[in-house]
Design a binder for this molecule. Structure first.
Ligand code: HEC
Ligand SMILES: [Cu+2]
Length: 309
């Protein structure tokens, strides 16, 4: 039997941190299962009813014993909770200097888009030793992006962006899966992650297409007529979008929110959901004219209009 089947290689900084917790949990489980089963059988046999054995109930009170067997498991359980919480915080806290890659899930493939616009299908090429952030969405149903060797997994939802990050530590090729049942060919929805040296990644990127997501978004912004209402300077028809990303926005109902990918996406696909204070909701609904990739490109463009990234 090949243990590798059950324990994938550790190929990210996070894998190295998660595995000790996993082994600790497994060890505790084994100790308790084996220990309790042994005691159950041993004591059952030892005190088995024989002719003449006394069956009067004995009342014993032992405060020290009670406290011990409550306190020790409590410390173990809380210890595991804190350990898990610290790791989860690390996993959700995306570092600032990431390489940003877009992922679109669709029945039944993964479409990947690199910062310079280069695309891959069911392959994800990333440099070693650099934090990578994936911004993910789905074109149809729920999927889940899963790279066992990196110990990272995140649901991918239609009409929403989810993110996850990792830093690969080993050059090599690792499997990639969809981990959410998404239809007949769910089991074939997967691919390979290629981790290469940073220089090789740059070289590989250089062979890519000329239009980056930002450029593609800018072209759409003009061709879809967004600019007629959102042109720089004149904010009479629609709010101008320079410096908007990452800033706070006040809505008609008084809610204040921070402009992020999710909000921009919703503003484009469902403009009346959240209407900006001081404006009439006259923005048309673009759902039928833009696909997910277009929206991602528009979001990238609107993002690029702000200094913050
Ligand atoms: C007919 C005019 C018009 C067109 C065309 C239009 N918008 Fe808008 N847009 C508005 C108005 C008015 C608002 C503010 C009211 C609201 O939130 O619905 C708005 C709001 C937004 C917001 C939220 C801005 C903020 O300040 O929070 C974004 C993002 C946006 N539009 C993007 C786009 C994109 C991308 C396109 C092209 C695909 C587009 N708009 C086309 C009029 C328009
Ligand atoms: Cu799937």
């Amino acid at each position: 039997m090949n243990l590798r089947m059950f324990i994938p290689e550790q190929a990210s900084t996070y894998a190295v941190k998660v595995d000790p917790l996993f082994y600790a949990l497994t060890a505790f489980t084994i100790v308790f299962v084996v220990g309790l089963t042994f005691l159950l059988i041993y004591l059952g046999l030892k005190y088995i009813q024989k002719p003449g054995s006394g069956r009067r109930s004995v009342h014993v009170e032992n405060m020290a014993l009670e406290l011990t067997w409550s306190a020790i498991p409590a410390v173990i359980a809380l210890g595991i909770f804190v350990w898990g919480a610290v790791l989860y915080y690390d996993y959700r806290n995306i570092p600032a200097n990431t390489l940003d890659i877009n992922v679109i899930g669709k029945q039944w493939m993964w479409k990947i888009q690199h910062p310079n616009g280069l695309r891959e299908v069911n392959e994800l090429t990333v440099p070693k030793g650099q934090p990578v952030k994936l911004t993910m969405t789905s074109q149809d149903v729920l999927h889940s992006f899963y790279i066992p060797a990196f110990r990272v997994k995140q649901d991918v939802l239609p009409a929403r962006y989810t993110t996850m990050w990792f830093e690969a530590t080993k050059v090599g090729t690792f499997p990639l899966f969809c981990a959410e049942y998404c239809g007949t060919e769910h089991s074939t929805m997967g691919g390979l992650v290629h981790v290469v040296e940073p220089a090789e990644y740059q070289q590989w990127l250089a062979g890519g297409p000329s239009l980056t997501p930002v450029q593609a978004g800018e072209a759409l912004f003009a061709s879809m007529g967004c600019a007629t209402c959102h042109a720089a300077g004149d904010a009479s028809r629609g709010p101008h979008l320079e410096g908007k990303f990452g800033a706070e926005e006040t809505l008609r109902d008084g809610t204040v929110l921070t402009v992020d990918e999710e909000y921009v996406r919703e503003s484009i696909m469902n403009p009346t959901a959240k209407v900006v204070k001081g404006y009439t909701p006259l923005m048309p609904n673009f759902t039928s004219q833009l696909n997910d990739e277009d929206v991602s490109n528009l979001v990238a463009y609107i993002k690029s209009l702000s200094a913050v990234n």
